[in-house]
Design a protein around this ligand. Structure first.
Ligand SMILES: [Fe+2]
Ligand SMILES: [Fe+2]
Length: 394
């Protein structure tokens, strides 16, 4: 049983790595190599293993694997018609890589040829005739759940507001609070019958720092979830999203509200926020390397432009590209003093235009898919929703 768990865990890792990194990235090859070793261990031990993915259960040779109960990938694979995987004979490494590629294509919703699996001698996969396992989860409407969640988000916004005020006043970054806010956001998004992506418009809090940071955290975590990243990475994305604009606590509000016509001094201030933010994060805790890197890189573009401009150009961390998409989405979706909020189709057009130049094409494509596929989960909540939730709770 342990070999079965290890193999499925490595398969999930291969699928999420493929979501995050482009095809020729060395990490993809490394994860595939590790997965193949796990597969060999499994075949040595079990002969011809059979996995079945039900709604909440993973069956291995007909018996439930308890440690993989509610395993996210079971539902995902079942939803794209892979409810059963059988491994026969002695698979070759290339064959395993091809199998993973086919699963990725299916998960991405890309066209696949009807005989795409016929070439694979050792892997058989498909439906098992359990209709309910293949059906997409039913959207129950985010109304009640959303209102309940937004009441909680008000508390988190207050906590984050305090954290940012402390930094604004020159005091230390309270990382414990940031960590708790990220945890609470993640838990609230998953708390109901359906996954929820609330986009907050809370007028009693600063739209440029507190509310924007929460939204970027929420959208980044949602995108991480969509890509199938693990819980640790999703939490890291939450922390990185909350802190990506920390350096803006050093910029006067009047400058933040401007769209253009910056003086040279103001422009220098604006462009310095990634560097200042990264430094503030590392001063608080040296172990926060990823959030510091994301804060530093979130205005660097995929083609090497943007700011800051490091002396020695190098590719950005993929999580920076990921948070950048969430950042752009929320910036455009929020009303600003100088313009109305953009509609979703207008934002998608901006993302399409910048794909390959401003944005990592692989991730931009995924982000647009999330917006399309999870459209009903993305809902705007404001103070009125929170007030209704408080009334409902009393
Ligand atoms: Fe920024
Ligand atoms: Fe931002």
């Amino acid at each position: 049983m342990i070999e079965a768990e290890r193999f499925l865990t490595s398969l999930a890792q291969a699928l999420s790595t493929a979501s995050l990194y482009e095809e020729d990235h060395p990490l993809r090859g490394k994860v595939l190599d590790q997965g193949f070793l796990r597969l060999q261990d499994l075949c040595d031990r079990s002969g011809e293993p059979v996995f079945t993915f039900m709604e909440d259960d993973v069956l291995f040779d007909g018996a439930p694997v308890r440690s993989l109960r509610s395993w996210m990938w079971a539902e995902r694979l079942a939803r794209v018609g892979v409810q059963r995987i059988e491994i026969v004979g002695s698979p070759e490494p290339d064959e395993y890589a091809e199998f993973v590629g086919i699963l990725c294509q299916r998960l991405r919703g890309e066209e696949h040829e009807s005989d795409d699996g016929a070439r694979l001698r050792s892997f058989r996969y498909g439906a098992v005739g359990i209709a309910s396992a293949a059906e997409p989860s039913v959207h129950h409407g985010a109304g009640e759940q959303g209102s309940r969640a937004v009441a909680g988000f008000l508390d988190e916004a207050s906590a984050l507001d305090w954290v940012l005020d402390e930094v604004r006043s020159g005091r230390e970054l309270q990382m414990l609070e940031v960590d708790l806010v990220a945890r609470a956001l993640g838990a609230a998004m998953r708390s109901g019958v359906d996954f929820l992506i609330p986009v907050l418009r809370l007028e009693e809090f600063d739209a440029f720092t507190t509310v924007h940071s929460m939204n970027v955290a929420i959208l980044s975590m949602a995108f991480g979830e969509f890509l199938g990243l693990d819980r640790k990475q999703i939490h890291q994305l939450g922390v990185a999203g909350i802190l990506h604009d920390l350096g803006k606590t050093r910029i006067p509000h009047a400058v933040l509200e401007k769209e253009s016509d910056f003086t040279d001094e103001e422009w220098t201030q604006v462009r310095s926020h990634p560097e200042i933010g990264a430094r503030l994060i590392l001063q608080s805790d040296e172990r926060l390397e990823i959030p510091a890197v994301v804060a530093y890189e979130h205005h660097m573009t995929y083609d090497g432009g943007g700011y800051p401009s490091p002396a020695r150009p190098r590719p950005c961390h993929p999580l920076s590209h990921l948070v950048q998409l969430a950042d752009v989405y929320d910036t455009l979706a929020a009303p600003r003093p100088y313009r109305a909020a953009l509609r979703r189709d207008q934002i998608v057009a901006v993302l399409t235009k910048g794909t390959g130049s401003a944005f990592d094409p692989h991730l931009a494509h995924g982000f647009k898919r999330m917006i399309a596929e999870w459209e009903t989960k993305m809902q705007v909540f404001d103070e009125r929703d929170a007030a209704e939730a408080s009334l409902a709770a009393t």
